[in-house]
Design a protein around this ligand. Sequence first.
Ligand SMILES: *Cc1c(COP(=O)(O)O)cnc(C)c1O
Length: 473
Amino acid sequence: MAMLHSAMSSGISPVSILTQTSFDPYEPVLRQALGDALRYLKEIEERAVRPDAAAVAQLEQMCGALPEWPEAPEAVLEELDTLGSPATVAKNNGRYFGFVNGGCLPAAMGAAWLVTAWDQNASFQVQSPVAAALEETALEWTRQMLGLPQGTGGAVVTGATMANFTALAAARHALYTRMGWDVENDGLMGAPELRVVVGEEAHPSLMKALGLLGMGRSRVVRVPVDGQGRMRADALPRMDERTILCLQAGNVNTGGFDPAAAIVPVARGAGAWVHVDGAFGLWAAASPQYRHLVQGFELADSWATDGHKWPNIGYDCGVALVREPAELRAAMSIDAPYLVMGRQREPADYTPEFSRRARGVELWAGLRSLGRQGMAQLVERTCAHARRFAEALHAAGFQILNEVAINQVLVSFGSKEKTLRTIARIQQDGTCWCGSTVWQGRTAMRISVSSWVTTEEDVERSLAAMIRVAREG
Ligand SMILES: *Cc1c(COP(=O)(O)O)cnc(C)c1O
Protein backbone atom coordinates (compact mmCIF):
# COMPACT_ATOMS: atom_id res chain seq x y z
CA MET A 1 0.00 0.00 0.00
CA ALA A 2 2.79 2.40 0.87
CA MET A 3 4.21 1.80 -2.58
CA LEU A 4 0.93 2.66 -4.24
CA HIS A 5 0.49 5.79 -2.19
CA SER A 6 3.91 7.10 -3.02
CA ALA A 7 3.49 6.43 -6.70
CA MET A 8 0.13 8.17 -6.63
CA SER A 9 1.43 11.16 -4.77
CA SER A 10 4.17 11.53 -7.35
CA GLY A 11 1.47 11.72 -10.00
CA ILE A 12 2.23 8.36 -11.62
CA SER A 13 -0.46 5.79 -12.03
CA PRO A 14 0.70 2.78 -10.03
CA VAL A 15 -1.43 0.55 -12.20
CA SER A 16 0.57 1.30 -15.32
CA ILE A 17 3.82 0.52 -13.55
CA LEU A 18 3.03 -2.49 -11.50
CA THR A 19 0.51 -4.51 -13.42
CA GLN A 20 -0.44 -5.46 -16.91
CA THR A 21 -3.12 -3.10 -18.20
CA SER A 22 -5.51 -3.10 -21.09
CA PHE A 23 -3.50 -0.58 -23.11
CA ASP A 24 -0.18 -1.42 -24.62
CA PRO A 25 2.43 -0.56 -22.00
CA TYR A 26 5.19 -0.48 -24.59
CA GLU A 27 3.76 1.87 -27.16
CA PRO A 28 4.43 5.25 -25.50
CA VAL A 29 7.96 4.40 -24.44
CA LEU A 30 8.91 2.85 -27.77
CA ARG A 31 7.58 5.85 -29.70
CA GLN A 32 9.54 8.07 -27.39
CA ALA A 33 12.69 5.97 -27.90
CA LEU A 34 12.29 6.21 -31.67
CA GLY A 35 11.97 9.99 -31.53
CA ASP A 36 14.94 10.30 -29.20
CA ALA A 37 17.08 7.99 -31.32
CA LEU A 38 16.32 9.80 -34.58
CA ARG A 39 17.03 13.18 -33.06
CA TYR A 40 20.22 11.85 -31.47
CA LEU A 41 21.53 10.50 -34.75
CA LYS A 42 20.75 13.80 -36.49
CA GLU A 43 22.39 15.91 -33.80
CA ILE A 44 25.66 13.98 -33.55
CA GLU A 45 26.42 14.84 -37.17
CA GLU A 46 27.34 18.31 -36.00
CA ARG A 47 28.10 17.83 -32.34
CA ALA A 48 31.70 17.56 -31.07
CA VAL A 49 32.72 13.90 -31.24
CA ARG A 50 33.84 13.96 -27.62
CA PRO A 51 31.24 15.03 -25.04
CA ASP A 52 32.13 18.19 -23.13
CA ALA A 53 32.99 18.21 -19.44
CA ALA A 54 29.65 19.72 -18.45
CA ALA A 55 27.78 16.88 -20.13
CA VAL A 56 29.90 14.30 -18.35
CA ALA A 57 29.45 16.08 -15.01
CA GLN A 58 25.68 15.90 -15.44
CA LEU A 59 25.82 12.09 -15.30
CA GLU A 60 26.09 12.41 -11.55
CA GLN A 61 22.39 13.21 -11.49
CA MET A 62 21.66 9.70 -12.70
CA CYS A 63 24.09 7.99 -10.36
CA GLY A 64 22.46 8.65 -7.00
CA ALA A 65 20.93 6.32 -4.45
CA LEU A 66 18.91 3.24 -5.40
CA PRO A 67 15.38 4.50 -6.10
CA GLU A 68 12.82 3.34 -3.59
CA TRP A 69 9.74 3.64 -5.78
CA PRO A 70 8.81 2.81 -9.33
CA GLU A 71 9.10 5.41 -12.03
CA ALA A 72 7.16 5.64 -15.28
CA PRO A 73 9.07 4.18 -18.26
CA GLU A 74 8.68 7.43 -20.23
CA ALA A 75 10.23 9.39 -17.37
CA VAL A 76 13.13 6.93 -17.17
CA LEU A 77 13.76 7.30 -20.87
CA GLU A 78 13.52 11.05 -20.72
CA GLU A 79 16.17 11.09 -18.03
CA LEU A 80 18.39 8.87 -20.16
CA ASP A 81 18.03 11.06 -23.20
CA THR A 82 18.35 14.40 -21.42
CA LEU A 83 21.31 13.47 -19.26
CA GLY A 84 22.74 10.42 -21.02
CA SER A 85 22.74 11.30 -24.73
CA PRO A 86 24.95 14.41 -24.32
CA ALA A 87 27.56 12.31 -22.48
CA THR A 88 27.99 9.82 -25.32
CA VAL A 89 30.94 9.69 -27.67
CA ALA A 90 29.52 10.45 -31.13
CA LYS A 91 30.47 7.10 -32.63
CA ASN A 92 28.03 7.05 -35.48
CA ASN A 93 28.86 10.41 -37.04
CA GLY A 94 31.62 9.46 -39.48
CA ARG A 95 34.51 11.26 -37.79
CA TYR A 96 35.30 8.85 -35.00
CA PHE A 97 38.61 7.13 -35.76
CA GLY A 98 39.47 5.79 -32.32
CA PHE A 99 40.54 2.20 -31.56
CA VAL A 100 39.06 0.05 -34.34
CA ASN A 101 35.43 1.00 -33.91
CA GLY A 102 32.89 0.63 -36.65
CA GLY A 103 29.55 2.38 -36.73
CA CYS A 104 26.23 0.60 -36.71
CA LEU A 105 24.52 -0.27 -40.00
CA PRO A 106 20.87 0.77 -40.22
CA ALA A 107 19.73 -2.84 -40.76
CA ALA A 108 21.68 -4.00 -37.72
CA MET A 109 20.28 -1.17 -35.60
CA GLY A 110 16.73 -1.88 -36.68
CA ALA A 111 17.26 -5.58 -36.06
CA ALA A 112 18.57 -4.84 -32.56
CA TRP A 113 15.33 -3.04 -31.75
CA LEU A 114 13.21 -5.87 -33.07
CA VAL A 115 15.33 -8.47 -31.31
CA THR A 116 14.75 -6.61 -28.06
CA ALA A 117 11.02 -6.71 -28.65
CA TRP A 118 11.26 -10.43 -29.38
CA ASP A 119 13.15 -10.93 -26.09
CA GLN A 120 14.46 -14.27 -27.24
CA ASN A 121 16.79 -16.42 -25.21
CA ALA A 122 19.22 -17.62 -27.88
CA SER A 123 20.44 -20.67 -26.03
CA PHE A 124 18.37 -23.50 -27.49
CA GLN A 125 16.21 -24.24 -30.51
CA VAL A 126 13.22 -24.77 -28.24
CA GLN A 127 13.61 -21.27 -26.79
CA SER A 128 14.02 -19.50 -30.08
CA PRO A 129 13.91 -21.21 -33.46
CA VAL A 130 14.52 -17.88 -35.19
CA ALA A 131 17.60 -17.00 -33.14
CA ALA A 132 19.06 -20.48 -33.64
CA ALA A 133 18.43 -20.49 -37.40
CA LEU A 134 19.72 -16.98 -38.05
CA GLU A 135 22.81 -17.42 -35.87
CA GLU A 136 23.72 -20.55 -37.80
CA THR A 137 23.13 -18.75 -41.09
CA ALA A 138 25.11 -15.69 -40.02
CA LEU A 139 28.02 -17.94 -39.04
CA GLU A 140 27.89 -19.64 -42.43
CA TRP A 141 27.77 -16.30 -44.26
CA THR A 142 30.71 -15.08 -42.18
CA ARG A 143 32.64 -18.23 -43.02
CA GLN A 144 32.02 -17.63 -46.72
CA MET A 145 32.95 -13.95 -46.59
CA LEU A 146 36.19 -14.82 -44.82
CA GLY A 147 36.97 -17.60 -47.31
CA LEU A 148 37.25 -20.29 -44.63
CA PRO A 149 36.85 -24.04 -45.21
CA GLN A 150 33.47 -25.66 -45.65
CA GLY A 151 32.19 -27.36 -42.52
CA THR A 152 33.68 -24.70 -40.24
CA GLY A 153 31.31 -23.80 -37.42
CA GLY A 154 31.33 -21.70 -34.31
CA ALA A 155 29.51 -19.22 -32.18
CA VAL A 156 28.43 -15.61 -32.05
CA VAL A 157 29.89 -14.09 -28.89
CA THR A 158 30.40 -10.59 -27.51
CA GLY A 159 33.66 -9.60 -29.19
CA ALA A 160 37.02 -10.78 -30.40
CA THR A 161 38.30 -11.22 -26.84
CA MET A 162 35.56 -13.77 -26.17
CA ALA A 163 35.95 -15.18 -29.68
CA ASN A 164 39.64 -15.80 -28.95
CA PHE A 165 38.68 -17.34 -25.62
CA THR A 166 36.03 -19.54 -27.22
CA ALA A 167 38.17 -20.77 -30.11
CA LEU A 168 41.16 -21.37 -27.84
CA ALA A 169 38.97 -23.47 -25.52
CA ALA A 170 38.39 -25.71 -28.55
CA ALA A 171 42.15 -25.77 -29.19
CA ARG A 172 42.82 -26.68 -25.56
CA HIS A 173 40.25 -29.46 -25.72
CA ALA A 174 41.62 -30.88 -28.96
CA LEU A 175 45.25 -30.94 -27.87
CA TYR A 176 44.52 -32.43 -24.45
CA THR A 177 42.22 -35.05 -25.91
CA ARG A 178 45.05 -36.21 -28.15
CA MET A 179 47.21 -36.55 -25.02
CA GLY A 180 44.51 -38.55 -23.27
CA TRP A 181 43.79 -35.79 -20.74
CA ASP A 182 40.18 -34.73 -20.07
CA VAL A 183 40.70 -31.02 -19.49
CA GLU A 184 37.03 -30.11 -19.15
CA ASN A 185 36.53 -32.53 -16.28
CA ASP A 186 39.97 -32.73 -14.70
CA GLY A 187 41.11 -29.18 -15.25
CA LEU A 188 44.70 -28.08 -15.61
CA MET A 189 45.97 -29.09 -12.17
CA GLY A 190 48.48 -31.81 -12.86
CA ALA A 191 47.94 -31.69 -16.60
CA PRO A 192 50.82 -31.99 -19.05
CA GLU A 193 51.96 -28.63 -20.37
CA LEU A 194 50.90 -27.02 -23.58
CA ARG A 195 53.08 -24.48 -25.29
CA VAL A 196 51.51 -21.33 -26.65
CA VAL A 197 53.35 -19.39 -29.33
CA VAL A 198 52.34 -15.82 -30.16
CA GLY A 199 53.81 -12.93 -32.12
CA GLU A 200 55.64 -10.15 -30.30
CA GLU A 201 52.80 -7.80 -31.30
CA ALA A 202 49.85 -10.04 -30.40
CA HIS A 203 46.83 -8.11 -29.10
CA PRO A 204 46.74 -7.87 -25.28
CA SER A 205 43.20 -9.24 -25.24
CA LEU A 206 44.55 -12.49 -26.66
CA MET A 207 46.77 -12.73 -23.57
CA LYS A 208 43.72 -12.13 -21.40
CA ALA A 209 41.90 -14.97 -23.14
CA LEU A 210 44.88 -17.27 -22.56
CA GLY A 211 44.92 -16.26 -18.90
CA LEU A 212 41.22 -17.04 -18.50
CA LEU A 213 41.83 -20.47 -19.98
CA GLY A 214 44.49 -21.23 -17.38
CA MET A 215 47.27 -21.11 -19.95
CA GLY A 216 48.81 -17.95 -18.54
CA ARG A 217 49.03 -14.43 -19.89
CA SER A 218 52.81 -14.40 -19.97
CA ARG A 219 53.60 -18.09 -20.19
CA VAL A 220 53.94 -17.81 -23.93
CA VAL A 221 56.76 -18.03 -26.44
CA ARG A 222 56.98 -14.73 -28.31
CA VAL A 223 58.10 -14.73 -31.91
CA PRO A 224 60.01 -11.67 -33.14
CA VAL A 225 58.23 -9.45 -35.64
CA ASP A 226 59.18 -7.05 -38.43
CA GLY A 227 58.62 -3.30 -38.58
CA GLN A 228 54.91 -3.79 -39.34
CA GLY A 229 54.39 -6.17 -36.40
CA ARG A 230 54.29 -9.23 -38.66
CA MET A 231 55.62 -12.46 -37.22
CA ARG A 232 58.94 -13.44 -38.77
CA ALA A 233 58.52 -16.83 -40.41
CA ASP A 234 62.27 -17.43 -40.09
CA ALA A 235 62.13 -16.94 -36.32
CA LEU A 236 59.52 -19.55 -35.41
CA PRO A 237 60.34 -21.96 -32.59
CA ARG A 238 60.02 -25.69 -33.09
CA MET A 239 56.43 -26.77 -32.77
CA ASP A 240 54.74 -30.07 -32.03
CA GLU A 241 51.34 -31.57 -31.21
CA ARG A 242 51.37 -29.80 -27.83
CA THR A 243 51.68 -26.37 -29.41
CA ILE A 244 49.04 -23.72 -29.99
CA LEU A 245 50.28 -21.12 -32.46
CA CYS A 246 48.34 -17.84 -32.46
CA LEU A 247 48.63 -15.79 -35.62
CA GLN A 248 47.28 -12.33 -36.25
CA ALA A 249 45.39 -11.07 -39.29
CA GLY A 250 45.39 -7.29 -38.91
CA ASN A 251 47.63 -5.74 -36.28
CA VAL A 252 45.65 -3.24 -34.24
CA ASN A 253 48.24 -0.51 -34.88
CA THR A 254 49.62 -1.09 -38.37
CA GLY A 255 46.99 -3.37 -39.90
CA GLY A 256 49.83 -5.81 -40.71
CA PHE A 257 49.17 -9.50 -41.39
CA ASP A 258 51.37 -12.38 -40.23
CA PRO A 259 52.70 -14.33 -43.24
CA ALA A 260 50.21 -17.17 -42.86
CA ALA A 261 50.98 -18.89 -46.14
CA ALA A 262 54.59 -19.41 -45.05
CA ILE A 263 53.80 -20.35 -41.45
CA VAL A 264 50.57 -22.33 -41.23
CA PRO A 265 51.60 -25.37 -43.31
CA VAL A 266 54.78 -25.72 -41.24
CA ALA A 267 52.92 -25.45 -37.93
CA ARG A 268 50.13 -27.81 -38.88
CA GLY A 269 52.64 -30.22 -40.36
CA ALA A 270 54.28 -30.37 -36.93
CA GLY A 271 50.92 -31.17 -35.33
CA ALA A 272 50.30 -27.75 -33.80
CA TRP A 273 46.87 -26.11 -33.56
CA VAL A 274 46.86 -22.81 -35.43
CA HIS A 275 44.56 -20.09 -34.20
CA VAL A 276 44.04 -16.73 -35.91
CA ASP A 277 43.15 -13.49 -34.17
CA GLY A 278 41.57 -11.63 -37.06
CA ALA A 279 39.38 -9.20 -35.14
CA PHE A 280 39.06 -6.84 -38.08
CA GLY A 281 41.74 -7.84 -40.62
CA LEU A 282 40.14 -11.12 -41.70
CA TRP A 283 37.34 -9.16 -43.36
CA ALA A 284 39.84 -8.01 -46.00
CA ALA A 285 38.95 -11.39 -47.53
CA ALA A 286 35.64 -9.91 -48.66
CA SER A 287 37.38 -7.64 -51.17
CA PRO A 288 39.08 -8.99 -54.31
CA GLN A 289 41.46 -6.03 -54.01
CA TYR A 290 42.64 -6.96 -50.51
CA ARG A 291 42.05 -10.72 -50.44
CA HIS A 292 45.72 -11.51 -51.06
CA LEU A 293 46.51 -10.23 -47.55
CA VAL A 294 44.62 -13.07 -45.89
CA GLN A 295 46.06 -15.81 -48.06
CA GLY A 296 47.02 -18.81 -45.95
CA PHE A 297 44.90 -17.96 -42.94
CA GLU A 298 42.21 -20.30 -44.24
CA LEU A 299 44.59 -23.19 -43.53
CA ALA A 300 44.34 -22.61 -39.76
CA ASP A 301 42.24 -24.55 -37.23
CA SER A 302 40.33 -21.69 -35.64
CA TRP A 303 39.62 -18.00 -36.10
CA ALA A 304 38.31 -15.10 -34.04
CA THR A 305 36.78 -11.99 -35.52
CA ASP A 306 34.46 -9.12 -34.75
CA GLY A 307 31.14 -8.13 -36.22
CA HIS A 308 31.27 -4.80 -34.42
CA LYS A 309 34.49 -3.64 -36.09
CA TRP A 310 34.74 -3.68 -39.88
CA PRO A 311 31.27 -5.08 -40.69
CA ASN A 312 29.62 -2.34 -38.58
CA ILE A 313 27.13 -4.62 -36.86
CA GLY A 314 26.96 -2.64 -33.61
CA TYR A 315 27.87 -3.87 -30.13
CA ASP A 316 28.33 -6.47 -29.00
CA CYS A 317 29.20 -8.90 -31.75
CA GLY A 318 32.17 -11.24 -32.06
CA VAL A 319 32.52 -14.50 -33.97
CA ALA A 320 34.50 -17.62 -33.07
CA LEU A 321 35.00 -20.16 -35.85
CA VAL A 322 36.51 -23.63 -35.64
CA ARG A 323 37.41 -25.93 -38.54
CA GLU A 324 36.13 -28.97 -36.59
CA PRO A 325 33.08 -27.64 -34.73
CA ALA A 326 32.94 -30.88 -32.73
CA GLU A 327 36.05 -29.72 -30.84
CA LEU A 328 34.24 -26.54 -29.82
CA ARG A 329 31.11 -28.43 -28.91
CA ALA A 330 33.10 -30.78 -26.68
CA ALA A 331 34.60 -27.78 -24.87
CA MET A 332 31.34 -25.88 -24.39
CA SER A 333 28.36 -28.22 -24.14
CA ILE A 334 26.85 -29.37 -20.88
CA ASP A 335 24.29 -32.00 -19.96
CA ALA A 336 21.27 -31.64 -17.74
CA PRO A 337 18.16 -33.78 -17.41
CA TYR A 338 15.92 -30.99 -18.68
CA LEU A 339 18.02 -30.51 -21.78
CA VAL A 340 16.48 -32.98 -24.15
CA MET A 341 17.65 -31.93 -27.56
CA GLY A 342 16.92 -32.84 -31.10
CA ARG A 343 19.45 -33.23 -33.84
CA GLN A 344 19.65 -29.58 -34.83
CA ARG A 345 22.52 -27.31 -33.81
CA GLU A 346 21.95 -25.96 -30.33
CA PRO A 347 23.56 -22.53 -29.93
CA ALA A 348 24.48 -23.01 -26.25
CA ASP A 349 26.53 -26.10 -27.14
CA TYR A 350 29.08 -23.81 -28.79
CA THR A 351 29.26 -20.81 -26.48
CA PRO A 352 30.63 -19.97 -23.04
CA GLU A 353 27.19 -18.55 -22.17
CA PHE A 354 23.92 -20.30 -21.53
CA SER A 355 21.15 -17.69 -21.60
CA ARG A 356 22.07 -14.97 -24.05
CA ARG A 357 20.57 -12.32 -26.27
CA ALA A 358 20.03 -13.07 -29.94
CA ARG A 359 22.99 -11.08 -31.20
CA GLY A 360 23.31 -13.48 -34.13
CA VAL A 361 20.17 -11.91 -35.57
CA GLU A 362 21.89 -8.52 -35.78
CA LEU A 363 24.87 -10.11 -37.51
CA TRP A 364 22.46 -11.80 -39.91
CA ALA A 365 20.68 -8.51 -40.60
CA GLY A 366 23.91 -6.58 -41.16
CA LEU A 367 25.32 -9.18 -43.55
CA ARG A 368 21.93 -9.51 -45.25
CA SER A 369 21.93 -5.77 -45.94
CA LEU A 370 25.58 -5.61 -47.07
CA GLY A 371 25.85 -8.73 -49.15
CA ARG A 372 29.23 -9.79 -50.42
CA GLN A 373 29.53 -6.69 -52.60
CA GLY A 374 28.56 -4.30 -49.83
CA MET A 375 31.20 -5.74 -47.51
CA ALA A 376 33.81 -5.53 -50.27
CA GLN A 377 32.91 -1.88 -50.85
CA LEU A 378 33.01 -1.11 -47.13
CA VAL A 379 36.53 -2.56 -46.93
CA GLU A 380 37.71 -0.76 -50.05
CA ARG A 381 36.15 2.59 -49.14
CA THR A 382 37.58 2.67 -45.61
CA CYS A 383 41.02 1.63 -46.90
CA ALA A 384 40.89 4.42 -49.51
CA HIS A 385 40.03 6.91 -46.75
CA ALA A 386 43.00 5.66 -44.73
CA ARG A 387 45.32 6.15 -47.72
CA ARG A 388 43.99 9.68 -48.15
CA PHE A 389 44.72 10.44 -44.48
CA ALA A 390 48.26 9.10 -44.86
CA GLU A 391 48.99 10.98 -48.09
CA ALA A 392 47.64 14.31 -46.89
CA LEU A 393 49.35 14.13 -43.49
CA HIS A 394 52.61 13.15 -45.15
CA ALA A 395 52.25 16.01 -47.63
CA ALA A 396 51.65 18.36 -44.69
CA GLY A 397 55.03 17.37 -43.29
CA PHE A 398 54.11 14.76 -40.71
CA GLN A 399 55.54 11.28 -40.54
CA ILE A 400 53.52 8.15 -41.27
CA LEU A 401 54.97 5.28 -39.25
CA ASN A 402 53.32 2.31 -40.95
CA GLU A 403 52.78 0.90 -44.41
CA VAL A 404 49.12 1.77 -44.89
CA ALA A 405 48.09 -1.64 -46.17
CA ILE A 406 44.48 -1.47 -44.99
CA ASN A 407 42.48 0.94 -42.78
CA GLN A 408 45.02 1.83 -40.07
CA VAL A 409 47.30 4.88 -40.10
CA LEU A 410 49.99 5.77 -37.53
CA VAL A 411 51.14 9.37 -37.59
CA SER A 412 53.85 11.15 -35.64
CA PHE A 413 53.71 14.92 -35.23
CA GLY A 414 57.34 15.03 -34.09
CA SER A 415 58.59 14.30 -30.59
CA LYS A 416 56.61 12.22 -28.13
CA GLU A 417 55.55 15.38 -26.28
CA LYS A 418 54.54 17.18 -29.44
CA THR A 419 52.58 14.17 -30.66
CA LEU A 420 50.72 13.68 -27.37
CA ARG A 421 49.99 17.40 -27.14
CA THR A 422 48.65 17.43 -30.68
CA ILE A 423 46.44 14.39 -30.07
CA ALA A 424 44.99 16.02 -26.93
CA ARG A 425 44.24 19.20 -28.88
CA ILE A 426 42.65 17.28 -31.75
CA GLN A 427 40.41 15.52 -29.25
CA GLN A 428 39.64 18.85 -27.61
CA ASP A 429 38.81 20.46 -30.95
CA GLY A 430 36.06 17.85 -31.37
CA THR A 431 35.90 17.75 -35.17
CA CYS A 432 37.09 14.16 -35.03
CA TRP A 433 38.52 11.73 -32.51
CA CYS A 434 41.74 9.73 -32.69
CA GLY A 435 43.62 8.00 -29.91
CA SER A 436 47.29 7.63 -29.13
CA THR A 437 49.47 4.56 -29.23
CA VAL A 438 53.09 3.57 -28.94
CA TRP A 439 54.36 1.71 -31.97
CA GLN A 440 57.66 -0.08 -31.46
CA GLY A 441 58.86 2.63 -29.11
CA ARG A 442 57.41 5.61 -30.97
CA THR A 443 54.44 7.59 -29.77
CA ALA A 444 51.86 8.03 -32.50
CA MET A 445 48.31 9.04 -33.25
CA ARG A 446 46.31 6.14 -34.57
CA ILE A 447 43.66 6.70 -37.22
CA SER A 448 41.38 3.75 -37.78
CA VAL A 449 38.83 4.18 -40.55
CA SER A 450 36.27 1.50 -39.81
CA SER A 451 32.86 3.13 -40.08
CA TRP A 452 30.38 2.78 -42.91
CA VAL A 453 29.26 6.35 -42.14
CA THR A 454 32.58 8.04 -42.98
CA THR A 455 32.46 10.05 -46.21
CA GLU A 456 35.17 11.83 -48.19
CA GLU A 457 33.86 15.05 -46.71
CA ASP A 458 34.35 13.66 -43.19
CA VAL A 459 37.92 12.77 -44.10
CA GLU A 460 38.69 16.23 -45.53
CA ARG A 461 37.08 17.99 -42.58
CA SER A 462 39.04 15.85 -40.15
CA LEU A 463 42.30 16.36 -42.06
CA ALA A 464 41.82 20.11 -42.05
CA ALA A 465 41.28 20.06 -38.29
CA MET A 466 44.27 17.77 -37.64
CA ILE A 467 46.65 19.83 -39.75
CA ARG A 468 45.42 23.15 -38.35
CA VAL A 469 45.75 21.94 -34.76
CA ALA A 470 49.16 20.36 -35.36
CA ARG A 471 50.54 23.56 -36.92
CA GLU A 472 49.23 25.69 -34.06
CA GLY A 473 51.23 23.78 -31.50
C1 LIG B 1 39.95 -5.27 -31.17
C2 LIG B 1 40.84 -6.44 -31.18
C3 LIG B 1 40.69 -7.45 -30.23
C4 LIG B 1 39.68 -7.36 -29.10
O1 LIG B 1 38.39 -7.32 -29.63
P1 LIG B 1 37.12 -6.94 -28.75
O2 LIG B 1 36.00 -7.03 -29.72
O3 LIG B 1 37.35 -5.54 -28.26
O4 LIG B 1 37.01 -7.92 -27.64
C5 LIG B 1 41.52 -8.54 -30.33
N1 LIG B 1 42.45 -8.63 -31.30
C6 LIG B 1 42.62 -7.68 -32.23
C7 LIG B 1 43.66 -7.85 -33.29
C8 LIG B 1 41.82 -6.53 -32.20
O5 LIG B 1 41.97 -5.59 -33.13
